[in-house]
Write a protein of this length. Structure first.
Length: 131
């Protein structure tokens, strides 16, 4: 398991490492899950089909469109670890319905386009676990 803190780091990682499955929080510091999907799609068009999302509640129209169009790919917080692992394995193995695209959903102004007052750079960490 490799952790990243946003779409730029995820995209760079996907260029360097083979990616089996993606677990993406709907809400990131300066982006959202749609930003991550679009960035990963530029690297490997098949990554979207191996993506699962986690969230409490969608907070924008495009996140709501993503959640409502892809209920089989959603893990609601708080979640049961067994359910999360089952969905991740199903995504990895291509057993989830096709991802519904959200390009037509209204895009709010991106907070990522603003100059940050502070910076948060979480290091990429490698975590291993037994299946």
């Amino acid at each position: 398991v490799l952790l990243t803190s946003g779409s730029r780091e995820a995209r760079a990682l996907a260029k360097r490492e083979p990616v089996n499955v993606v677990l993406c929080d709907m809400h990131l510091l300066q982006e959202d899950a749609v930003d991550v999907l679009l960035a990963l799609d530029r690297v490997d068009r098949t990554l979207a089909s191996r993506t699962v999302f986690m969230s409490g509640e969608p907070t924008s129209s495009r996140l709501l469109a993503l959640a409502e169009g892809n209920p089989d790919r959603m893990i609601s917080k708080p979640f049961d670890p067994r359910t999360a692992v089952a969905k991740l394995l199903a995504a990895r193995d291509g057993q989830l319905p096709m991802l519904e695209r959200v390009e037509d959903a209204p895009t709010p102004p991106s907070i990522g386009a603003l100059e940050p007052v502070w910076s948060f750079e979480a290091p990429t960490e490698e975590i291993t676990f037994d299946e």
